[in-house]
Ligand binder design. Sequence first.
Ligand SMILES: [Zn+2]
Ligand SMILES: [Zn+2]
Length: 214
Amino acid sequence: MLTVKSFTFSPIQENTYILYNEKKECCIIDPGCYFPEEKERLKAEMEHSRLNPVLLLNTHCHLDHIFGNKFVSETWGLQLHIHAQEKIVLDNGPASGLRWQLPFENYAGPLVYINEGENIHVGDDKLALFFTPGHSPGSISFYHEAGGFVIGGDVLFNGSIGRTDLPGGDFDTLINSIQTKLFILPDETKVYSGHGPVTTVGFEKMNNPFVKLY
Ligand SMILES: [Zn+2]
Ligand SMILES: [Zn+2]
């Protein structure tokens, strides 16, 4: 089973997740480490916990989720895995960084495209992929059934939802993604979001003002 550890990085306060198993094989999702000391903190955690990063994933490629892609790729020799519809968003990252006054060097290595219906493996542990567009055109969520959690990026937040005014965003598409992909999971499923605290599917179904089901 995979254990989740989170970091909050950059002035945008993005949540970076690492998932690891008993053999210490580790997957890094949305490395948002921006400042050198944040990159060092991520690296120190790997060394301290003796983790072996084997996989680099992005839920989507808005700048706050990709700041550390290059660092992670170069430090641990990993290729970036994204949905094909995020390539345009990834390519736009540095320009977006300049607008936010957060310049950074983009990942420029090979891309591995992943899509709904596939499973991604971290050692013997499985992550199911859901296509959850709306906040970004190629957003994907990673579901670990055995551990009862989903890493959803900026699709669903504790008490809120992702913004839909950025290029490729669409409100109805986002609501549909949440209702048909996330709200069908067991109520106790933990939702780890790209920003803010962890929540659960059941809590959001009851309380989220944007997508309440009751
Ligand atoms: Zn985003
Ligand atoms: Zn974000």
